[in-house]
Design a protein around this ligand. Sequence first.
Ligand code: TYD
Length: 231
Amino acid sequence: MGVFITFEGPEGSGKSTQARLLYERLQALGYPAILTREPGGTRIGEMIRRILVDLRHTEMAPTTETLLFAAARAQLVSELVRPYLNTGGIVLCDRYADSTFAYQGYGLGRDLDELQAITAVATGGLLPDLTFYLDLDVEAGLQRKRTARDRAVEAANPGSTFTTPPEWNRLDARDLAYHQRVVAGFAELMRSDPARWRRFSAEQPVTTLAEQIFHEADLVLRRALRLETHG
Ligand code: TYD
């Protein structure tokens, strides 16, 4: 019943680019595939995303944050992911529940069993078949994001000092120690379920990395197809 592939990694690791490249390649090969993202991916989810990333929302309680991510995920799974998997399609998702364990669990210190319970309610227990982790030094990733933001501000307002940060959100703005806990959390998640994860260095050229990701995805898709054909 379909194949569910997710992308995880720290800020600025380029996972959105890689998710898109894999999506385009699968489509070109004639695979039925959709690409979506978290938080977001649905009309309701994108509205929740705007609340989550808004730099003005400094008063947001950690429980609120956790439940909003879960709410966006519940909508995505029920509206898009499950129905598409049920038709036998491939769903590519830029972040999924692992991000909640890494960011709200290891990053913010929320209880992991509690997050497990909330996630089970939101997803009905749906797990990815394959998860790519794009590995990048935390400081390098944040720097990449800041540079992208500064370029976007400059492009939108040439020569001005206007500073609406289009690429810099409430969650990026947390301190370095937080982002380091997140990355250590991802390492722990990968250790606890090695069969599902594929870890690649995000410091390689975009096309090299895309090739490695496609190769791994292709193996998993062929296996899924064989299983379907042979019962
Ligand atoms: P994303 O759009 O992937 O941003 P980026 O391209 O900066 O990595 O995710 C938005 C932010 O939300 C990002 O800082 C990670 C965070 N996040 C959580 O804290 N918990 C979650 O469950 C998810 C899905 C994302």
